[in-house]
Design a protein around this ligand. Structure first.
Ligand code: PHE
Length: 443
């Protein structure tokens, strides 16, 4: 089944950085800290760690095991272990890749634009008004096309020459920028109140289904789980890879960047007294409140803002690459297309599919909800059942490249019972809400 010609990563670091690149993205740089600040601060952070540990990490390891073991893209990988009946699930993964990248590219386009604005002219004082123009219409679509062009170019370059090379350069750059900005933010007057707003613990806010659902959705989105992105990257690994170790590094880096990003964002906002305008929309805070802070900070603000948005572009790009790779690898394996053909055709189609999101932030928001609440959580549920109950001996598969791990039986037990029960409960709550959001769009 696996063709001899299948490309592989040239090093372990290359794979890990590419997978961390997939995980670290727009989801980390803002949504995590925003959710934490809104939902109980340090209490939310602790709960999120728990969800990552008991739900995210088991599913991540499950994806890596299926990918490496089958050496195939999602549709064939699932058929490899579960028979043809599981192919439709793989097809849903590919559809999720299409859907998520279509609006992710639009938001990424905004970040490209802001980075360029910071570079060329500095942030305008009237960001709130100008965001309306930036966010929708031909402006938004144009930058989406630009961003998608770069993404397609990287993916067309291949696993080693495109994806791995890009991640090796960009991910360390991103870490340095984010950590550097956190140190800078610590020197600002707003640092104390900012940290306080972000992290002061309030357990009473935690125990609501809404918060639990948001934490679950965020964990899946942030770790790129539930649609075969990690599975696809793992299909370019060799048998010697120590999967549990990689899993922990990927999840650890993802959580760390999300946490540190919050240490950047809130001091900046509080230093300029902009906390009032953080408002109800996560996107608004990222694209209006922060640029406003950069504008008011003058020359330093321009530089800091440029770095901040450059980090966002980098995070978005390495995530978009992994989304496109799911579709491209599936077209190559399943239809026999060349990498170039698959990248440009699929990438082009996804770019066009982004048009509704580029012209309406309402549409964008609803697609985001559908993708998160239905596709990723549903995909995660199916994957955990698949590896927990259908796959013949997942523990043996996971043990390749290790000396055997004591917690493997716990892993399987989590996939069999804990993860599915948790996800069913979350979906029970998320499905009607998502349905209402979709219906709202048409009413
Ligand atoms: N993990 C990415 C982020 O946090 C988004 C993503 C989701 C990427 C699903 C790939 C697959 O921005």
């Amino acid at each position: 089944m696996a063709t001899a010609a299948r490309e592989h990563w040239s090093s372990r670091t290359g794979f890990v950085l590419a997978a961390v690149g997939s995980a670290v993205g727009l989801g980390n740089m803002w949504r995590f800290s925003y959710l934490a600040a809104e939902n109980g601060g340090a209490a939310f952070v602790v709960f999120y760690l728990l969800v990552t540990l008991c739900v995210g990490i088991p599913v991540l390891l499950a994806e890596l095991v299926i990918g490496r073991g089958s050496q195939q893209s999602p549709i064939r990988a699932l058929a490899h272990y579960g028979g043809a009946a599981w192919k439709p699930l793989g097809a849903v993964f590919v559809a999720a890749g299409f859907l998520i990248l279509s609006y992710y590219g639009v938001i990424a386009g905004w970040t490209v634009r802001y980075a360029l604005v910071g570079l060329v002219q500095g942030f305008p004082a009237d960001v709130a008004e100008s965001f309306g123009e930036v966010a929708t219409g031909w402006d938004a679509f144009g930058f989406h096309v630009l961003f998608m062009g770069i993404t397609i170019g990287v993916v067309a370059g291949g696993v080693k020459g495109g994806i791995e090379r890009t991640s090796l350069v960009l991910m360390p750059t991103l870490f340095v920028i984010v950590v550097g900005l956190a140190f800078y933010a610590a020197t600002l007057d707003g640092a104390g109140p900012g940290y306080n707003y972000y992290l002061s613990a309030d357990f009473s806010k935690l125990f609501h289904w809404n918060v639990i659902k948001d934490a679950a959705g965020q964990a899946f989105f942030s770790l790129s789980l539930g649609m075969g992105a990690m599975l696809t990257f793992a299909s370019y690994l060799s048998r010697e890879e120590h999967l549990p170790a990689s899993t922990l590094v990927i999840a650890g880096a993802d959580v760390a960047v999300a946490f540190v990003a919050g240490l950047v964002v809130f001091p900046l906002i509080f230093a300029l007294g902009l906390e009032e305008s953080v408002g109800a929309s996560t996107v608004g805070a990222l694209f209006i409140t922060l640029p406003q802070a950069f504008a008011e900070m003058g020359g330093v603000g321009r530089f800091v803002g440029l770095l901040f948005f450059a980090a966002l572009v980098v995070g978005a790009l390495t995530s978009a690459i992994s989304l496109l790779e799911v579709v491209v690898a599936s077209a190559m394996d399943g239809l026999g297309w060349s990498r170039h053909k698959a990248a440009w055709l699929a990438g082009g189609a996804i770019t066009l599919l982004g048009a509704p999101s580029a012209w309406s932030t309402d549409v964008l928001g609803v697609i985001d909800q559908v993708a998160n609440n239905l596709f990723l959580l549903g995909g995660g549920l199916a994957l955990s059942l698949f590896v927990g109950w259908v796959m013949h001996d997942p523990i043996a598969e996971a043990a390749d490249g290790t000396e055997g791990i004591r917690w493997f039986p716990i892993w399987r037990w989590l996939l069999r019972v804990v993860v599915p029960v948790f996800l069913v409960l979350v979906l029970w709550y998320a499905i009607p809400e998502t349905w209402d959001a979709v219906a709202g769009l048409f009413s």
